[in-house]
Design a protein around this ligand. Structure first.
Ligand SMILES: Cc1cc2nc3c(=O)[nH]c(=O)nc-3n(C[C@H](O)[C@H](O)[C@H](O)COP(=O)(O)OP(=O)(O)OC[C@H]3O[C@@H](n4cnc5c(N)ncnc54)[C@H](O)[C@@H]3O)c2cc1C
Ligand code: FES
Ligand code: FES
Length: 485
């Protein structure tokens, strides 16, 4: 298939592109060896490149992504800047006539603060810092900007120093580019008897593509799919990419629900919640969950639809959404249906999705519960997969009796679990030690935890009750036990 995109301001055409090839592999084979391959699975950020994206307020913005997890086919129509494109264009070298290329301020900051030793991670840091430098809302340094970049020899302090020293962007080629709009992703359709790669730009187009290719695999952010392609050498005959469909990125507050498009990235959701009205915002569960979900580089691509469709027992969004009582809108050529999330998981890595069906959006009922907590137990506090995750959502009525209670866990069974029996112990009862004890007792019967390298079955079982006890302790302050207005 022929793929065309903008690379460092220059149009590029790739003939014979294969959708199993990552953008990183193509870059390195084409001489753009500044982007490094450290892991090929989204863990290190050495392959980070910047993407120009539309900005809701008009104009454009930059966002870094791991090029090892972007299919070359899905690069079609994008505007990419690699580390080679960061420094300003060469200027004439005066009397000697030689061209000199000044460093970009982010490169200068890394040089001055000693932010590089072996240099393997440096191109990735440069790209992440480059995106942060031009972030329109930047008022203070955001360490999250480099949370997906690992350095094994310099140590992070000098790199953080460089981040903290970044000045306000001066007018340059990049600010001029970002002042202009970014066009939407174009459709791409490539079908041969051996391989199909389709990127529709409407929901109807996706449904038609799935109807015509019922065995096709959907590709959203690719943070699961491309890891399997790169690391397990999975070959996929037919891919349908979702990133070109605006309907799947919809984030909307209706009177009764918050609707999160299945194709909205976690970073999109983070931004939308930050910019929402105060009364809409009270989705503390996501404020707690999102910073614990991998790194900014992954969240810039990972979607809720992808996280739920994998049906991973340790996926982080499932417990949070189960406790919040979310439901899913599913769509296929035969029509639309709504499924409560607790009925969506059918077994280990299995869902009730039928062939040709996709998740369109996730709907969280409003008003949101007053008390919400998400806890993730993992070997590292940040950027790690859960051993156990737990989510709790509680609302009391005026007499301080339990009006609604949501309790859910990941990592304690083959599927993410909602603890309905335990919730029932609390409904209508006063929120006191006796009720909490009854819930705890019921929770001891929950799940079928297993042993693996992340934790033993006994440890996981102990976490079920101790995380609930933590919720009770965290929310014990009388001020936090007010009922919902
Ligand atoms: C380094 C790294 C760290 C990670 N850390 C975490 C973590 O902390 N917590 C966590 O939970 N996960 C984590 N993950 C896993 C992954 O990022 C998430 O599962 C992510 O949400 C998947 O979304 P995606 O859009 O990238 O899915 P994709 O890889 O595009 O797709 C995943 C699956 O979902 C299907 N799919 C995608 N969209 C839809 C849809 N709309 N309807 C139906 N099916 C669909 C695809 O066909 C595929 O089978 C991590 C992954 C990596 C590589
Ligand atoms: S090579 Fe490590 S994140 Fe891409
Ligand atoms: S400078 Fe060596 S890994 Fe970062």
């Amino acid at each position: 298939m022929t793929v065309q995109f903008m690379l460092n301001g220059t149009p590029v055409t790739v003939d014979d592109a294969d959708h199993h090839t990552s953008l990183l592999q193509w870059l390195r084979n084409s001489g753009f060896t500044g982007s490094k391959e450290g892991c090929a699975e989204g863990e290190c950020g050495a392959c980070a490149v910047a993407q120009v994206l539309p900005r809701a307020e008009g104009g454009s913005r930059l966002e870094p992504l791991n090029s090892c997890l972007l299919s070359l086919a899905d690069a079609h129509g994008r505007e990419i800047i690699t580390v080679e494109g960061v420094a300003p264009k060469a200027t004439s070298g005066g009397a000697s006539g030689s061209a000199s290329r000044p460093l970009h301020p982010v490169q200068q900051a890394l040089v001055e603060r000693g932010g590089s030793q072996c240099g393997y991670c440096t191109p990735g840091f440069v790209v992440s810092l480059f995106c942060e430098y031009y972030r329109a809302e930047r008022t203070s340094p955001d360490p999250e900007a480099i949370s997906g970049n690992l350095c094994r020899c310099t140590g992070y302090r000098p790199i953080l120093d460089a981040l903290e020293s970044l000045p306000t962007p001066a007018a340059d080629d990049v600010t001029e580019r970002l002042s202009r709009d970014r066009v939407a992703l174009a459709e791409l359709s490539h079908a041969t008897p051996a391989r199909t790669f389709l990127r529709p730009t409407t929901l109807t187009g996706v449904v038609d593509a799935l109807r015509d290719n019922p065995k096709a695999v959907l590709l959203a952010g690719g943070t699961d799919v491309m890891v399997e392609v790169n690391q397990r050498f999975r070959r996929i005959d037919s891919l349908v990419a979702l990133d070109g469909v605006p309907e799947l990125k919809r984030i909307e507050w209706t009177r009764d629900e918050l609707v999160l498009g299945a194709g909205a990235t976690l970073s999109d959701i983070e931004l939308a919640l930050r910019d929402a009205q105060a009364d809409q915002r009270a989705l503390e569960m996501f404020d707690q969950l999102l910073p614990l979900f991998s790194s900014r580089l992954i969240r810039n691509r990972a979607t809720l639809g992808g996280n739920l469709a994998t049906a991973s027992p340790i996926g982080d969004s499932a417990p949070a959404l189960l406790a919040l009582g979310a439901r899913l809108c599913l769509l296929s050529a035969t029509g639309e249906r709504f499924v409560p999330l607790h009925e969506f998981f059918a077994g280990y890595r299995k869902t009730v999705l039928q062939p040709g069906e996709l998740i369109v959006d996730v709907r969280i009922p409003r008003p949101f519960p007053v008390l919400q907590r998400f806890y993730k137990v993992s070997k590292r506090p940040l950027d790690d997969i859960s051993t156990v995750a737990a989510a709790f959502a509680l609302t009391l009525d005026d007499s301080r009796a339990v009006r609604s209670m949501g309790i859910a866990y990941g990592g304690v069974a083959a599927i993410p679990l909602r603890a309905s029996d335990a919730e029932a112990q609390a409904l209508g009862k006063p929120w006191n030690a006796a009720t909490q004890q009854a819930v705890t007792l019921k929770l001891t019967e929950l799940g079928t935890p297993m042993n693996d390298h992340r934790g033993s079955a006994d440890y996981r079982r102990a976490m079920i009750t101790s995380l609930f006890e933590r919720f009770c302790a965290d929310t014990a302050a009388p001020a936090s036990l007010r009922s919902k207005p």
